[in-house]
Ligand binder design. Structure first.
Ligand SMILES: [Zn+2]
Length: 286
């Protein structure tokens, strides 16, 4: 397999940043924003001041061409080097992952099914990853992902961030808004400029303005078990709820109620059976 890859290198030493778009084929903001950056570098309109930038604009090309999330399995659950890749996505992971393990930093660009504000996933909360997350210009930074999955390793064999953390590579995954949101391309583009500016790879002044991002911690994951599992309302991502409120109802009629005040995270009314349905969490004091 030969996944499209672009290399830009400065004569000045610096950070080697790897940027991934289209890990999920139906998420077009990463590919669109990366195409723009690639053409700016190629035309000489933008110059890389130091370091090296490796860009995979469409990490899952067949899913991208088909307009689907994946072909055989979720690339962001099998992102590591496989000795005997048993699926299309495992072949992709085996080709792309070594670039991440050799890099100095990783930016992975996504969009989401839910409506709501753009945000960044902070996986292992190291100071270096936190600094990268804060440079991307979103209002929200979400952490706690590894803990939520600790009891369900079968759901999260390896995502791009888990893989990067394994090699102590600072990393951020940005969710630029809902798949169809026309603003998502701009969010993705600004996030790229934010990362490049942080590492002094482009000149200052192009970065998104500094934000006082709010930090959220996700604590609980609920899986969708039946087609008849449903939400009592259309939840927005990061919508607040009160203790005792009905968050969702199982096919059996059993209500899932909030045990404390908190925040609804990534509600996905039509997720596949056995997959992530919604998460809950709370705001962290900053
Ligand atoms: Zn995605």
């Amino acid at each position: 397999m030969n996944v499209e890859r672009h290399e830009f290198e400065s004569s000045q030493p610096g950070t080697h940043l790897v940027i991934l778009g289209g890990i999920h084929g139906n998420e077009t903001c990463g590919p669109n924003a990366l195409r723009k950056i690639i053409s700016e570098f190629q035309s000489g309109q933008r110059r890389l001041l130091r370091g090296r930038c490796t860009i995979f604009p469409i990490a899952n090309p067949r899913a991208y061409n088909a307009g689907t999330r994946y072909i055989e399995e979720n690339l962001n659950r099998v992102f590591e080097v496989h000795t005997n890749p048993s699926s299309y996505e495992r072949h992709l992971a085996t080709e792309i992952a070594p670039w991440v393990s050799r890099a100095d930093a990783l930016l992975d660009i996504h969009s989401m099914q839910s409506q709501g504000d753009p945000f960044v996933f902070l996986n292992a909360p190291t100071p270096e990853s936190q600094e990268l997350c804060e440079a991307l210009g979103t209002d929200w930074i979400l952490q706690g992902w590894p803990n939520v999955y600790a009891s369900m390793p079968e759901l999260l064999a390896c995502c791009t961030q888990t893989f990067a953390d394994r090699y102590k590579i600072p990393n951020a995954l940005v969710e630029c808004g809902s798949h169809a949101d026309p603003a998502a391309d701009g969010v993705a583009y600004r996030a790229i400029l934010g990362a490049l500016t942080l590492y002094e790879m482009i000149k200052e002044g192009d970065a998104p303005s500094a934000r006082d991002s709010r930090h959220l911690r996700m604590t609980d994951l609920h899986l969708r078990i039946s087609e008849k599992d449903h939400f009592p309302k259309v939840w927005k991502n990061f919508e607040a709820f009160q203790k005792g409120e009905v968050l969702a109802t199982r096919a059996s009629g059993e209500e899932i109620r909030a045990e404390r005040n908190g925040i609804m995270i990534l509600p996905s009314p039509v997720s596949a059976l056995g997959a992530e349905w919604f998460y809950t969490g709370h705001l962290l004091e900053s």
